[in-house]
Design a protein around this ligand. Structure first.
Ligand SMILES: Cc1ncc(COP(=O)(O)O)c(C=O)c1O
Length: 394
């Protein structure tokens, strides 16, 4: 049976449906892949699509790029709809890091203006903020968010209490990289608006696993990767810039004809010279595949798997959870914990190398946790194998 003919899922536990879907990924029994938070598995049909698009270049070179312009625009429209934006508010990027870097470089700030962020941010992104601080004298201050917090309201309150006169931007991850905490993005953007602040969000762990409507969230900037949860090939990301803030945005990277120094604005982010059109085109195929499987099915299946993993983990007295058990405070795909008697490094050494799993670290700003990512293509038996491998460590 193929993905086109399987019909619809009879729920997140419909193993027949999900094992057919899984065949699209060419998954072998080992290693057991539990690291979509770093990079998602690429469906075979998307890999084939990329190869097909590159084949256009073999005889046609630049023509291949220019002849697919309309198709690329169609992908842009599809992607904008998928994330709740307008097509002229999004730019293709290579990943979240590139998109966030454009934001960090491009927001107008004076020396001593402050960016308020959290202790849970992706280290490479913090490094970029710190560089801007060192070079231009802005101030970066972090709000200490407990891991896990008690409620979404607690996160908003901690931000509210931290805002000062000099605060100009709030920046946070919608779902954090380490503990996979789900931040109340809409409420935080509302708070930003009440104080006249710019809101900028790192959404690397969101598209493809968590419903996203950027207009509803009401943020100014949102950066995303499509190669983690959204089935796109490595090297695909997207930056959203709300239409009303585009004219006050000065990204340094980018620039293409017309070579007019006065040209300002958001379109410059994407104008990076020659780019990989086949990767952009393949985003369209990935979105089609998501539609075929059913996005609601994907979200429900991913939530079921991580709920199962969490329920099993908390039975183990040696586990301290860093991810919240509440669906209002956790993304569906990331489950992060510390082991009472082993360092995170030795857990991963024991699990990954000796027992052939792929997991990652889940640093939450304080503790060396272990992060297990589960997407819809994982099976309950894989989680069971992981749990017995964990028990075997003792
Ligand atoms: C919250 C967060 N931001 C940014 C990134 C970087 O993503 P990319 O390598 O796709 O740019 C990650 C990756 O793990 C992440 O979890």
């Amino acid at each position: 049976m193929s993905i086109e003919t399987i019909g619809s899922a009879k729920g997140p536990n419909d193993e027949k449906f999900w094992s057919t879907v899984r065949e699209e990924f060419g998954i072998r029994s080992h290693p057991i892949y539990l690291n979509t938070g770093s990079l998602g598995l690429l469906p075979v049909q998307i890999a084939d699509a990329v190869a097909r698009y590159y084949r256009l270049y073999t005889a046609h070179g630049y023509e291949a790029q220019s002849s697919t312009t309309e198709q690329q625009s169609e992908v842009r429209r599809q992607l904008a709809t998928f994330i709740g934006a307008d097509e002229d508010e999004i730019a293709f990027t290579r990943n979240t890091t590139e998109a966030v870097t454009a934001v960090i470089d491009g927001i107008k700030l004076n020396p001593d203006d402050e960016v308020l962020t959290t202790t849970h941010e992706y280290p490479a992104v913090m490094q970029r903020w710190r560089r801007r601080e060192g070079r231009f004298g802005i101030k970066i201050r972090t709000v200490n968010i407990p891991g896990p917090p008690d409620s979404p309201e607690q996160i908003v309150d901690l931000f509210r209490q931290a805002i000062l006169e000099r605060t100009k931007v709030i920046f946070f991850s919608h779902i954090t990289r380490g503990p996979g905490l789900l931040y109340p993005a809409k409420a935080l953007c509302q708070l930003a608006r009440e104080h006249g602040l710019i809101s900028a969000i790192d959404g690397a762990q969101v598209v493809g696993i968590h419903p996203l409507d950027l207009h509803d969230i009401g943020c100014d900037f949102y950066a995303n990767s499509l190669h983690k949860w959204a089935l796109a090939p490595a090297g695909c990301g997207v930056l959203y810039v709300r239409r009303d803030v585009q004219r006050q945005f000065w990204p340094r990277a980018g620039g293409s004809p017309p070579w007019d120094e006065c040209v300002q604005g958001f379109e410059l982010v994407e104008a990076v010279g020659t780019y990989a059109a086949p990767l952009r085109l393949a985003i369209g195929d990935a979105l089609n595949l998501i539609r075929q499987i059913g996005f609601e099915n994907i979200v429900a299946r991913a939530r079921m798997l991580s709920d199962y993993l969490k329920a099993e983990l908390i039975k183990r007295p040696y586990v301290r959870m860093a991810t919240s058990l509440s669906p209002y405070l956790s993304g569906a795909g990331l489950t992060t914990f510390a082991h009472q008697s082993c360092t995170g490094e030795s857990v991963r050494e024991g699990i990954n190398r000796k027992q052939r799993f792929v997991t990652s670290d889940g640093w939450d700003g304080v503790a060396d946790n272990t992060r297990v990512s589960t997407h819809f293509y994982n099976m309950k038996e894989e989680i069971d194998s992981f749990l017995s491998a964990l028990d075997n460590l003792l």
